[in-house]
Ligand binder design. Structure first.
Ligand SMILES: Nc1ncnc2c1ncn2[C@@H]1O[C@H](COP(=O)(O)OP(=O)(O)O)[C@@H](O)[C@H]1O
Ligand SMILES: [Mg+2]
Length: 354
């Protein structure tokens, strides 16, 4: 189902929980709705589902405005964080629930439930009750139950938040695979950036009720459009007065005061490791941490603390070592704009090795 949201607002009293949100979702896409807790993600889903009335704005499915359509007529499946299974019903009855409500013939219900039980890997568990299942199995039942009435839009609100890390990562892969196979338009809410990056075709970043950016995970990583997005996705250090750094003097002309530097845009090493030492600045190694496949290094350049990584193949640096630091790139921000600034002193374009 094609989804369009125009000028969506939700106020609770004076509080603006969702603020002028606009987006479009193509049929069959899996969208990650990502942002900190309290940002307005659940409110957006509830308005799409018809469980909450927008203060203003339009919700359009397939080109038709659905604001006044009751939830059961919107063709939506909903999976919540806290399972929300019917405790006194078996797996079979939970999955069959929506079909019974629609008064479908018994044998048709049976075929549909059994095919979903099979699809979600729950064969043999049909007669169990929710308390006889693991957290991951329960969420698969919730998923099967949401799919049973053949919804055209699936809304998943932090479906794996209550499940431990290892199972959660298995479920993510399972879910992505399942949604791709079914080709159902889906919105997946999470506050975990790794989860969104791994699962979604496109991510929408929501903060304080506003949609900060929408794009592919890679696009958002490469071209963050606000300071919030840049600091929320990936690791980074915020630096004030970046114009103090060699190669970034032009930043003095910028109206913003802060810049953001990602670890992968920084190289550190002994002077002889650089072809253009003049593009580097001197620094001192503060801490080193072994990270399995590389070293994570905290380095001080004057009063600026930066984080970077260094290959295990190179000479090991020690805390206290004097090093040269090459900063390839910084993101500059003000209220309206982003400027991705390259180090003007270095001759080579930055090698991208992310
Ligand atoms: N029914 C409500 N009444 C008053 N405030 C609410 C209500 N529902 C949500 N809010 C507030 O709106 C903000 C956004 O909430 P929510 O959409 O649940 O965010 P998220 O899902 O991103 O954590 C929060 O500050 C929350 O306290
Ligand atoms: Mg929520």
């Amino acid at each position: 189902m094609h989804i369009e949201v125009r000028g969506l607002n939700k106020q609770f009293g004076d509080f603006h929980a969702v603020n002028e949100v606009n987006f479009e979702i193509a049929k069959g896409q899996l969208i990650g709705l990502l942002g900190p807790s309290g940002g307005g993600k659940t409110s957006i889903l509830r308005m799409l589902a018809g469980l909450e009335t927008p203060t203003s704005g339009d919700i359009i499915f397939h080109g038709k405005r659905v604001n006044d359509l009751p939830p059961q007529e919107r063709g939506i499946g909903f999976v919540f964080q806290n399972y929300a299974l019917f405790k006194h019903m078996t797996v079979y009855d939970n999955v069959a629930f929506g079909l019974k409500v629609k008064k479908q013939p018994k044998d048709q219900i049976r075929d549909r439930v059994m095919s979903l039980v099979e699809l979600t890997g729950l064969k043999g568990f049909e007669h169990r009750y929710p308390h006889q299942l693991s957290g991951g199995q329960r969420q698969r039942v919730a998923f099967a139950r949401a799919l049973a009435p053949e919804p055209q839009l699936l809304l998943l609100d932090e479906p794996f938040a209550a499940i431990d890390a290892k199972i959660r990562s298995e479920l993510r892969t399972w879910l992505k695979d399942m949604i791709e196979r079914l080709g159902i338009t889906s919105i997946f809410v999470t506050h975990d950036q790794d989860e969104a990056i791994e699962v979604a075709d496109e991510i929408m970043i929501i903060n304080k009720g506003r949609l900060e950016q929408k794009g592919s995970p890679w696009d958002i990583y490469k071209n963050p459009q606000t300071q919030f997005v840049a600091s929320f996705i990936g690791e980074s250090t915020i630096v004030s007065q970046v114009d103090r750094l060699p190669g970034f003097e032009e930043a003095a002309n910028w109206t913003g005061t802060q810049a953001l530097i990602r670890p992968e845009y920084i190289e550190i090493g002994k002077r002889h490791e650089f072809r253009m030492p003049s593009a580097t600045v001197e620094g001192k190694v503060k801490h080193i941490h072994f990270r399995g496949s590389e070293w994570m290094i905290e380095v001080e350049v004057g009063d600026i603390k930066l984080i970077t990584y260094r290959s295990l193949e190179k000479d090991v640096l020690q805390p206290g070592d004097k090093v040269n630091v090459l900063i390839h790139r910084a993101y500059l921000f003000n209220d309206n704009d982003t400027w991705i600034m390259e180090n003007k002193l270095k001759e080579d374009p930055m090698p991208i090795h992310i």
